[in-house]
Design a protein around this ligand. Structure first.
Ligand code: IMP
Length: 431
């Protein structure tokens, strides 16, 4: 039977999933993205070069890996073309990439509407990436969306496009935004169909075949992080999909029984871009130090990320929701040099100690972190090759995270390069 691994972000996105996914993608026969779109920003470093991916799966650098953009994604075909052009310019020309015929498409008006809806919120922005992700998912669920497979049937596509434009142009007009001409859009998307058409297939069939093949290694690559989940995140400051392992079955078109190995990616501290409550957020010189050392600026938008201590309340919550088997503890080297480090174990809400996040952001905004403070370490750990080489204080920090989250740390990352990755879990060593 095949081996499976699901890699998900367990905080507010940007946990370093790109690096972990890339590490395992080198060994994978198939890499599947199952939710989100080009709002994700994965950067991958190897051989001294930096590559950035938005919607394309991280296995794209290995010519033997089959990369799948599955049905749960919202796919912006223009962005896929831009990403492919950029990869070609960097010498990445030999790859396998398939896109689901059932994946919803992000159309040009979706990003226009994303920006307009944000402006309508007055001061209360969600801080979206303005890539049109929310409007594209809304159209999918309102059943007026276009899907990648529609591109393969010109007459059907024309019918669906007309229906979508009838509605969207009315909406755009009301918002004072430019409308779209049917013929212009139709012609452009037929051009796109010529380029991407051969890659648009029933990816569920492709994945299921691989799942049934002995020794195939299949990696499911989550985007964003669990606290941005539309159901379980800090609503309404969330994205429009479910970044959990729980959305793999629907988003990839497979049975839930295949999911048995979930790696939750967590920074050794926390960051968040965009708005919304963030209980362990720091506003002092430590935040500045961590931000500069960890290069905490958004890959997609360049925005400075908000920085805070490791939040075990969030970690326990996301582990409960997504069945996390191991943590990948990222950017651990960034914490070196601090006198003291802190882990938030509980929140205090209106005088009461709680151990799980409340459902509303109004309550979450009132939560005060309850910390354990531990000694920091001064040593540079970016060159370590095994857990045993860590300074005692760093080991104690790892063990404390395991204790308060009740999940083992299976991977430690001590730098941006592939080689700066320590695999502790035996099961993950085998993948
Ligand atoms: P949207 O996904 O563009 O609708 O943005 C909704 C929220 O999710 C905003 O706070 C974004 O900053 C955040 N977000 C979306 N994608 C990512 C990501 O890949 N990393 C981190 N935050 C993200």
């Amino acid at each position: 039977m095949s081996e499976r691994l699901v890699v998900i972000g367990s905080q507010w996105g940007d946990e370093g999933k790109g690096k972990v996914t890339d590490y395992f993608a080198c060994r994978a026969d198939m890499v599947v993205r199952y939710q989100g779109g080009n709002n994700a920003g994965h950067s991958v470093m190897f051989n001294g070069h930096k590559y950035s991916l938005q919607s394309i799966p991280s296995g794209i650098f290995n010519p033997n890996t089959v990369n799948v953009m599955a049905n749960g994604m919202v796919v912006n075909p223009e962005s896929v073309l831009v990403e492919l052009d950029r990869l070609h310019a960097q010498g990445i020309t030999d790859y396998q990439l398939y896109i689901s015929d059932r994946a919803a498409m992000v159309m040009p008006w979706h990003s226009a509407l994303d920006g307009a809806y944000e402006n309508l919120k007055g001061g209360k922005l969600i801080g979206t990436t303005k890539k049109g992700i929310g409007p594209a998912y809304s159209d999918k669920y309102s059943r007026v969306g276009l899907r990648m497979g529609d591109l393969l049937e010109p007459e059907y596509f024309a019918e669906r496009l007309q229906a979508a434009l009838d509605q969207k142009n009315m909406e755009l007009k009301m918002l004072g935004l430019p409308t779209y001409d049917f013929k212009e859009v139709y012609d452009r998307y037929m051009e796109i169909a010529k380029i991407l058409g051969p890659r648009i297939v029933d990816t569920s069939a492709l994945i299921n075949k691989a799942l049934r093949t002995p020794d195939k290694k299949i990696l499911f690559e989550g985007a964003q992080g669990m606290m941005l989940c539309i159901d379980h995140g800090t609503y309404p400051f969330v994205t429009s999909s479910t970044p959990s392992s729980a959305s793999v079955p629907v988003g990839a078109g497979i049975s839930p029984k295949w999911i048995n190995n979930v790696l939750g990616v967590a920074k050794a501290y926390c960051t968040r871009v965009g708005e919304g409550p963030f209980p362990t957020e720091l506003h002092d010189h430590i935040a500045h130090e961590i931000r500069e050392r960890g290069h905490e600026y958004g890959t997609v938008t360049g925005r400075p990320r908000r920085v805070g201590w490791f939040d075990a309340v969030v970690a326990r919550y996301t582990s409960r929701l997504a069945g996390i088997d191991n943590w990948a503890l990222m950017l651990f080297d960034v914490l070196s040099g601090l006198d003291k480090v802190k882990i938030c174990t509980h929140y205090e809400l209106d005088g009461e100690i709680i151990d799980t996040p409340p459902s509303t952001i109004s309550k979450l905004a009132r939560c005060k972190p309850v910390y354990i403070e531990m000694d920091g370490w001064k040593e540079d750990i970016s060159g370590i090759k095994s857990y045993d080489e860590l300074p005692e204080a760093a080991k104690a920090y790892v063990r404390k995270i395991e204790e308060v989250t009740e999940v083992p740390v299976g991977v430690i990352s001590v730098g941006p390069d592939r080689t700066q990755t320590v695999i502790i879990s035996e099961k993950l060593k085998e993948f």
